[in-house]
Design a protein around this ligand. Structure first.
Ligand code: AMP
Length: 554
């Protein structure tokens, strides 16, 4: 017997309509680089998203067409999130930090019909336009007075495009399973692969963000999205914020510590979301200027994800900002959220030190994400917090295949997706990511977690950032090498760092050597680019019988 409830598809347009009815005056603050911070309301976003939908219709955009963006976090990008997906097209957010060749590949692979871009990417667009075969016109996200002078023949102006259009648009009633947005993930091997989100998956995922064990997002929040809107739909936050009426604060291209601090102060930010590297920069700015964020800011939660949250970063947020860290884990293929670290009632009396230990965990899975760990034979491992194995996930906002089935099937016979991460799960369902499978260090038949070692090294007061990589070793197969960036003006010797680590990790985990570098390489999404480091230092230990390479200062 079927239930007798109304059957309404879960559509992104319905989120916008709800925002228009329930909290039209909630704010969106953005830095566009055009003026001082721009403020508008959900009512403005809704009106202009409808004008955009009309403009796209006039341009002949068909359901399912891919509409690309090369844009920072800003209100016009937000309008596209709702206007493009709402009218039935697919919003393809391209990561501008990728190499131009990768962007070209992605736009051609997706067969993007139109490309909307921020002014800071005008030169890039000029360079790539002749090679983007399917793109019919390039639209600068600006007004007429700021139009770039570039050699792109089919160049349009966003404000002109939408200004003549009606503010009325009847959103089509789509099948909730149709595609709403597309984001390519840059795998380390082969070409980037497209993850194609649906209206249904985006809405279910956003509902999870609003739960208390998710990000606890509500109308009381002012949420700073440092996480880019060109990466996994900014972790789903634009939809979730529109759902609950949270104020959104969009920082544009200025992601340095000073700009973020100022924005947090100006816009009364209560919740901020980003990868560890941006928080390190913010904290260094606070330290260098002896600021008092606990007094200055209203920040009370910081979501850290995309890479393991270093303990020192968590501690600084706790002590100096008086803000709780929500350590979260997920991936592009998971929309991205899988787990969030919240404490349980039994941890109520935990000391700060105990809390920091607990927060090293990536947290507990939300409803909608099933997870398990398996060994190399495929046998499920116990959830005892000790066994470590390949982490598999399943759920309604997890990819079933890549766009155009690139790379072939990605699920096993029972529908599980292999995340490529190595992890343990404890009896309370807390996940602990040991490493990416390809980054874990195999030493003498045992595994060493590069994440745990990096975390320990970052606890040293002189260390700004640390990476640990496994380097081929004549006797042990691989041994860890610690690569360190020191804080400006600080010094620490190799011996000092190793003895600092000795007190914190098992003896056989100790890196065999330490090298100091000016900067560490990062991927387009802010993760340590360990492949590059491994290439750079691959002969380090095999050559150690001689002396370390010249360019290495050890
Ligand atoms: P991406 O799809 O580019 O967002 O990368 C997803 C991968 O980032 C995951 O599979 C993890 O390896 C890593 N990752 C994301 N969040 C965390 C976290 N909190 N701790 C450790 N690794 C993480």
């Amino acid at each position: 017997m079927l239930g007798l409830m109304q059957d309404q598809p879960l559509l992104i347009s319905s989120v916008l309509e709800h925002a228009l009815q329930a909290h039209p005056q909630s704010q969106i603050a953005s830095r566009t680089g055009e003026e001082s911070t721009h403020h508008c309301s959900y009512a403005d976003i809704g009106r202009r998203a409808k004008q955009l939908a009309n403009a796209l219709t006039t341009l002949g955009v068909q359901p399912g067409d891919r509409i690309a963006t090369l844009a920072w976090n800003g209100y016009r990008h937000m309008e596209m999130y709702f206007g493009v997906s709402g009218m039935g097209a697919v919003l393809h957010t391209i990561n501008p930090r990728l190499f131009p060749e990768q962007i070209e590949f992605i736009a051609n692979h997706a067969e993007d019909q139109y490309l909307f871009f921020d002014l800071s990417f005008a030169t890039l667009v000029e360079q790539l336009a002749p090679r983007m075969k399917s793109v019919k016109a390039f639209i600068a996200l600006t007004d007429r007075s700021r139009m770039p002078v570039i050699g792109v023949p089919n160049l349009l102006c966003y404000e002109e495009l939408i200004q003549e259009q009606s503010e009325q648009f009847i959103w089509p009633i789509l099948d909730e399973r149709v595609a709403s947005s597309l984001c390519y993930t840059s795998g380390t091997t082969g070409n980037p692969k497209g993850v194609l989100y649906s209206h249904r998956s985006s809405i279910l995922h956003s509902l999870a963000l609003c739960t208390q064990d998710g990000f606890g997002l509500s109308s009381a929040d002012s949420a700073l999205l440092v996480v880019p809107m060109f990466h996994v739909n900014a972790w789903g936050m634009p939809y979730a914020a529109a759902m609950c009426g949270a104020k959104l604060v969009l920082p544009g291209a200025q992601l340095d510590g000073q700009s973020l601090y100022q924005l947090m102060d100006d816009e009364g930010v209560t919740l901020a979301l980003g990868v560890p590297t941006v928080w390190m920069a913010l904290q260094q700015f606070v330290e260098a200027h002896a600021l008092n964020p606990a007094m200055d800011l209203q920040l009370n939660r910081v979501v850290i994800g995309g890479a393991a949250a270093p303990r020192t970063v968590v501690e600084t947020f706790e002590r100096r900002f008086d803000a709780r860290v929500l350590h979260a884990w997920g991936m592009t293929e998971m929309s991205p959220l899988g787990t969030v670290c919240h404490l349980l009632p039994k941890h109520r009396d935990a000391t700060l030190e105990e809390r920091l230990d607990l927060q090293a965990s990536q947290g507990r899975s939300l409803f909608g994400v099933s997870m398990k760990i398996i060994d190399t034979t495929g046998a499920e491992l116990p959830r005892d917090g000790k066994a470590s194995g390949h982490l598999l996930v399943k759920g309604p906002w997890i990819a079933s295949q890549y766009y155009r089935a690139e790379g072939g099937p990605i699920l096993d016979d029972a529908g599980w997706f292999d995340t490529g991460d190595i992890a343990s799960i404890d009896p309370d369902n807390y996940l602990h990511i040991t490493d990416r499978a390809k980054d874990v260090i195999k030493s003498g038949g045992e595994w060493i977690s590069s994440i745990d070692l990096e975390n320990a090294a970052m606890g040293h007061a002189a260390v700004a950032e640390a990476a640990v990589i496994g380097i081929p070793h004549p006797k042990w197969q691989e041994r860890p090498l610690l690569v360190v960036v020191l804080k400006p003006g600080k010094i620490a010797s190799k011996e000092e760092l190793l003895s600092f680590l000795e007190a914190r990790v098992a003896k056989w985990w100790l890196p065999d050597n330490v090298v100091f570098v000016e900067a560490l390489p990062h991927t387009a999404t802010g993760k340590l680019q360990k492949i590059k480091l491994r290439e750079q230092f691959q002969d380090y230990y095999t050559a150690l019988s001689g002396s370390p390479k010249k360019h290495i200062q050890s």
